[in-house]
Design a protein around this ligand. Structure first.
Ligand SMILES: Cc1cc2nc3c(=O)[nH]c(=O)nc-3n(C[C@H](O)[C@H](O)[C@H](O)COP(=O)(O)OP(=O)(O)OC[C@H]3O[C@@H](n4cnc5c(N)ncnc54)[C@H](O)[C@@H]3O)c2cc1C
Length: 163
C-alpha cells in the first residue's frame, strides 16, 4: 500500500543515511528500486510528478527475469495471487476464429514464471509491505557544486554527496 507523505517526512528518515538517495518517478522501476533499498535498510526519498497512481494501466506480460526482484522483495506469494499464468499464444483471424495456438509454458517454465498482471496490480504487489511516496512533486532545479549536487524540491533542499 502506498502512503502519500510529505517530502519532509521522507527526508527526516533519510537524514541519518550516509548516502542520501532521491528517486525521481514512482513507476515500476522507481518503486522497485525504492523498495529494494528500503529492504536493505536505506531511506531513499521517492517522488512522483502525478497526483496519484489510481489508474490500473495496461496489461504487462512479465518474463522469468523479474522473479529474482520479486523474491528479493519477499512478495512472491502476493505476485502469484495477483497475476495470472500465461500458457499460450493464440493467433486469430480478423474475423475472430482461432488459427493457431502455440504453447509458451513449456519453454518459459524452464526459467521461472511467465505471468500477466496489470500495471496497477503490479504496483500493489511492489508496495505490499507499505511504501512511502510523495505525489505531485518534481525536481525544480539542479545545481552542481564541487562535491555536491543540490536538489530543490519545492521548498526542501536535499544534498546528494558524490563519493
Ligand atoms: C502499452 C504498453 C504495454 C507494455 N507491455 C509490457 C509487457 O508486456 N511486459 C513488460 O515487461 N513491459 C511492458 N511494457 C513496458 C513497461 O510498462 C515499461 O518498461 C515500464 O513500465 C517502465 O517503467 P519505468 O518505471 O521505467 O517508467 P514509467 O512506468 O514510465 O514510470 C516513470 C514514472 O516517473 C514519473 N516521472 C517522470 N518524470 C518525472 C519527473 N521529472 N519528476 C517526477 N516524476 C517523474 C512518471 O510520472 C512515471 O510515473 C509496456 C508498456 C506499454 C506502454
Amino acid at each position: 500500500m502506498i502512503h502519500d507523505v510529505s517530502v519532509h517526512q521522507q527526508y527526516q528518515l533519510a537524514k541519518k543515511d550516509e548516502l542520501k538517495i532521491l528517486i525521481v518517478g514512482a513507476g515500476i522501476a522507481g518503486l522497485t528500486a525504492a523498495q529494494m533499498l528500503r529492504k536493505q535498510g536505506n531511506n531513499p526519498v521517492l517522488i512522483e510528478r502525478n497526483k496519484s497512481n489510481k489508474s490500473s494501466g495496461y496489461m504487462l506480460a512479465l518474463m522469468p527475469m523479474v522473479d529474482n526482484a520479486i523474491s528479493e522483495l519477499k512478495v512472491t506469494e502476493t505476485y502469484l495471487n495477483k497475476s495470472v499464468s500465461i500458457n499460450n499464444f493464440n493467433f486469430y483471424s480478423h474475423q475472430g476464429s482461432l488459427l493457431r495456438k502455440n504453447s509458451i509454458h513449456e519453454l518459459m517454465s524452464k526459467y521461472g514464471t511467465y505471468r500477466g498482471i496489470s500495471r496497477g496490480r503490479l504496483i500493489e504487489v511492489l508496495t505490499d509491505d507499505g511504501c512511502m511516496l510523495t505525489y505531485d512533486t518534481k525536481v525544480s532545479d539542479l545545481h552542481q557544486k564541487i562535491i555536491k549536487y543540490l536538489f530543490l524540491l519545492k521548498d526542501m533542499k536535499i544534498y546528494l554527496i558524490l563519493i
